[in-house]
Design a protein around this ligand. Structure first.
Ligand code: DSN
Length: 427
C-alpha cells in the first residue's frame, strides 16, 4: 500500500505495475503496429488523461449537475463539446460516452424502442458487433436485419440495402464498419433511409480522424446521428462521442445520462478536448492524408508481392489480406508475426469458409505507423517485413524458429528506431 502522506510515485508505490507499464511502452516503441483500430496518442492527450479530474463526480450536463464543485468541470465539458461540434460541423455533441459500444447503445435507446427493426452491415462482411450482430445486445433487444457485400467484388451492394429496407421498414439504418476498405456512399444510404422513414446513423469510429482531416467523406451532413470512438484514427483517449442533429439532442443526452451511464469520466473529457484541438490543425490534416496515402502504397506493395486484397485495394486506412493462397490462416499468421515484433490481427474475409476465431485473412492498418512519421516511400520495407514473416510462418506451419523471430524482431526495432513513437518519450 502507498503511504498517503508520502504519496510516492508509481515506480516506488507499485513497482510491479510500473514495470508492466514500462514494458508496454517498450513493446509499443519497438513493434510495427498495424492493428487498424489502434494508434499512438500524443503526450498532451496522455497527460490530460491522467489528470486530477478523475477524482470528481459530475452526473448531469454543464449547468445541470447533481453535484457541487463544478467550477472547472462545466467549462471543460463545454469546451470539449464546442470543439467537437466545430471539428465535425455538427449541430450537437455529447462527449460523455465511455466508448464506441456504449455510444451505439445510447443511440438505439434514444431513437428506437426495444423490438424495433434495425439494419447494419454484418460482422463477417466487415461490420461491427454493435450494428445488430446476433450475440450483441443490439441484436438481442432489437430485430436486426443485416446487409452484406456482393460476392463478385466484396463491396456493399446498395441495391440489396434498398430492397431489404423496403421489405423490413427499419427504424434505424447503421452505416459504418470495422473492416471494410472502401468509402461508404453516405448520400445513397440517406436516400434509402428517407424513402423508408428510417433514421440513418453512421458509426465512423474507424475513420473519424480521416474525416476530421478532410481525407475521407463526412457522414455528418447525411445522418440523424454519428457515433465514434476517440482513440482510433482520431488519436485521442479511449472514449466515445455522439454527434447529432439538434432535433435529437435531448433524446441523445437523456439516453447517455441517465439512460445508460452514470458520472462522465472527466479526465477523459479533458483528453478528448485536447485531441479535438489537435485534430483541427493543418498538421493533423496532413497526417490524415498521409494515413490514406500510406495505406494505398502498402496495398500496392503487398499486391506486388502476390497477396490478394479484398476489393483489390483500399480507399481508407485499412486493407484486408486474404491468406488462402499463402496456405496459413490469419490467426496463425498474426500469432507468428507478433513473435517477430509485427502486430496485426486475424480477420474474417467476406464469405470466409473458415471460423471467425481462425479466419482466412489479416487486417492491416496504417494509422499508428503514420503517427511515427513513416511515409509512402517506407511502405516497401513494411511490406517486405510482413512478407518475410508470413512466408516463414507458412513454411513452418505457423511456428517459425525462435532465431528467425528474434532476428526479424531486431530488424523491425532497428528500422523503427528512426521514427519516434509519440507519447512514449525516450527509451
Ligand atoms: N472491433 C474493434 C476493431 O475494429 O478493432 C473496434 O471495436
Amino acid at each position: 500500500m502507498s503511504d498517503a502522506r508520502r504519496d510516492p510515485p508509481l515506480s516506488e508505490a507499485d513497482p510491479e505495475v510500473y514495470e508492466l507499464i514500462r514494458g508496454e511502452d517498450r513493446r509499443q516503441r519497438e513493434s510495427l503496429r498495424l492493428i487498424a483500430s489502434e494508434n499512438y496518442a500524443s503526450r498532451a492527450v496522455l497527460e490530460a488523461s491522467a489528470a486530477s479530474l478523475t477524482n470528481k463526480y459530475a452526473e448531469g450536463y454543464p449547468g445541470r449537475r447533481y453535484y457541487e464543485g463544478m467550477g472547472i468541470i462545466d467549462p471543460l465539458e463545454s469546451l470539449a463539446i464546442a470543439r467537437a461540434k466545430a471539428l465535425f460541423g455538427a449541430e450537437h455533441a455529447n462527449v460523455q460516452p465511455y466508448s464506441g459500444s456504449p455510444a451505439n447503445l445510447a443511440v438505439l435507446l434514444a431513437l428506437c424502442e426495444p423490438g424495433d427493426t434495425t439494419m447494419g452491415l454484418s460482422l463477417p462482411a466487415g461490420g461491427h458487433l454493435t450494428h445488430g450482430w446476433k450475440v450483441s445486445a443490439t441484436g438481442i433487444y432489437y430485430k436486426s436485419v443485416q446487409y452484406g457485400v456482393r460476392r463478385s467484388d466484396h463491396r456493399i451492394d446498395m441495391d440489396e440495402v434498398r430492397s431489404l429496407a423496403r421489405e423490413h421498414h427499419p427504424k434505424l439504418i447503421w452505416c459504418g464498419h470495422s473492416a471494410y476498405p472502401r468509402h461508404l456512399d453516405f448520400a445513397a444510404f440517406a436516400e434509402i433511409a428517407a424513402e423508408v422513414g428510417a433514421h440513418l446513423v453512421a458509426d465512423m469510429a474507424h475513420f473519424a480522424g480521416l474525416v476530421a482531416g478532410g481525407a475521407h467523406p463526412s457522414p455528418v451532413p447525411h445522418c440523424a446521428a454519428v457515433t465514434t470512438t476517440t482513440h482510433k484514427t482520431l488519436r485521442g483517449p479511449r472514449g466515445g462521442l455522439i454527434l447529432c442533429k439538434e432535433e435529437h439532442a435531448k433524446a441523445i443526452d437523456r439516453a447517455v445520462f441517465p439512460g445508460l451511464q452514470g458520472g462522465p469520466h472527466n479526465h477523459t473529457t479533458a483528453s478528448k478536448a485536447v485531441a479535438f484541438a489537435e485534430a483541427s490543425t493543418k498538421a493533423f490534416s496532413a497526417y490524415a492524408h498521409a494515413v490514406v496515402a500510406n495505406a494505398k502504397a502498402l496495398a500496392e506493395r503487398m499486391m506486388e508481392r502476390g497477396y490478394t486484397l479484398v476489393t483489390g485495394g483500399t480507399d481508407n486506412h485499412l486493407m484486408l489480406v486474404d491468406l488462402t493462397e499463402q496456405g496459413i490462416s490469419g490467426r496463425r499468421a498474426g500469432i507468428a508475426l507478433d513473435r517477430c515484433g509485427i502486430e496485426l490481427n486475424g480477420n474474417a474475409i467476406p464469405f470466409d469458409p473458415r471460423k471467425p476465431f481462425d479466419p482466412s485473412g489479416v487486417r492491416i492498418g496504417t494509422p499508428s505507423l503514420t503517427s511515427r512519421g513513416l511515409r509512402s516511400e517506407h511502405m516497401a520495407t513494411v511490406a517486405e517485413l510482413i512478407d518475410r514473416g508470413i512466408k516463414e510462418a507458412a513454411a513452418k506451419d505457423g511456428e517459425p524458429d525462435q532465431a528467425f523471430c528474434d532476428g526479424l524482431r531486431a530488424e523491425v526495432a532497428e528500422f523503427l528506431s528512426e521514427f519516434p513513437a509519440p507519447g512514449l518519450g525516450e527509451a
